[in-house]
Design a protein around this ligand. Structure first.
Ligand SMILES: [Fe+2]
Ligand SMILES: [Fe+2]
Length: 341
């Protein structure tokens, strides 16, 4: 049949529209919790450009300090700069799947929030380095050079993530995707609240408070979807989730802890350089949790998530790095990664 053929001449009603069709002509209201979260997102939206930037005097910092602070934001960007397209793809999926209206709106709000987080990173980096791109910037100090080398390796590693993610989105149900997102949301809500409390610069304090609040909302979105969908979850999906939790641990450790070398392809001096940069940050009031505190955050986030998964009989993976026993998961590669931040 040619696509130009006029069906309306031969039948009263059109044939079924092939699915998945990206536009649902329906605005179903079911999960009330989602409506509440979306209402909060509308109220709490913020503009990174309106943070108190005039209070940040970059000249009060040495170049080593500026490069160290910009480095932390660069690591964050390795995760946050992919968040807008990642969530945009998930949002499209909510339309294809003809999800409830509020679910679509919630995913739109996450996409919008993540764009803010990415903008926040860009604004800090540009101000600190007087250059809009941490990879083409010319470092002024020895430490700055080492940190840029680190950043280049992280960027290279993160670049392998997108192709795998694009394949995962059509393959898995939203329930599986959400559970992979959840881990990043739990852990990031914690770390941003800690950084808001610990940082001395008003612009960081205020920005982190807002980012932390956003992440808490993202966590609530994932949780309410899980509560809705997990009771019907099949055995195959459960297996994917267990694997994704381990994948999330390996992937997100680069920002929330330290990058595990079994997964991240990084040079031998990477950790040492990163620790040196973080030390400089802490000394000038840019609070990054110490090694033990980061580890504790991870353990707390993992136990929190384990509590949720246990309720639905989803096996938890072993995370020996955090002293958590469970199912042994091996052979995880960047191409397998769904979790985002
Ligand atoms: Fe974020
Ligand atoms: Fe998030």
């Amino acid at each position: 049949m040619s696509s130009k053929e006029k069906l309306a001449q031969s039948m009263e009603f059109p044939p079924e529209t092939p699915q998945p069709n990206v536009y649902p002509l329906s605005w179903v209201r079911k999960t009330e919790k989602m409506e509440e979260i979306y209402a909060a997102a509308q109220k709490e939206w913020w503009d990174p450009a309106k943070l108190p930037w005039d209070t940040l005097d970059v000249d009060s910092y040495s170049w080593e300090e500026r490069e160290s602070i910009a480095y932390w934001w660069t690591i964050l960007s390795v995760f946050d700069a992919s968040a807008p397209p990642v969530f945009a793809a998930a949002m499209i999926k909510t339309y294809e799947a003809h999800e409830e209206d509020a679910v679509r709106r919630c995913f739109f709000s996450v996409t919008r929030d993540e764009q803010n987080h990415e903008q926040f990173c860009g604004l800090v980096i540009t101000k600190m380095l007087e250059h809009p791109d941490p990879l083409t910037y010319e470092p002024k100090t020895e430490l700055g050079k080492k940190l840029q080398k680190n950043a280049k390796w992280l960027y290279f590693n993160g670049g392998r993530y997108w192709e795998g993610y694009k394949k995962a989105v059509p393959k898995y149900s939203l329930a599986v995707l959400f559970s992979s997102f959840l881990m990043g949301e739990i852990a990031s809500a914690t770390i941003f609240h800690q950084m808001a409390a610990g940082c001395t610069e008003p612009v960081f304090k205020e920005g982190f408070t807002k980012v932390g609040r956003d992440e808490g909302r993202h966590m609530a979105i994932c949780m309410s979807l899980m509560e809705r969908d997990y009771p019907q979850l099949g055995a195959e999906d459960k297996k994917v989730i267990t694997r994704q939790i381990r994948a999330g641990y390996l992937f997100l450790s680069a920002i929330l802890f330290e990058p595990p070398t079994e997964f991240w392809d990084i040079p031998d001096d990477f950790i040492e350089n990163q620790r040196a940069g973080e030390k400089v940050c802490r000394e000038v009031g840019f609070f990054i949790p110490e090694y033990d505190a980061k580890k504790q955050n991870w353990i707390d986030a993992m136990m929190n998530l384990k509590g949720v998964l246990d309720k639905y009989d989803i096996p938890f993976p072993a995370i020996p790095e955090c002293g958590i026993t469970g199912e042994e998961i091996t052979d995880i590669d960047m191409e397998d990664i769904i979790p985002v931040f």
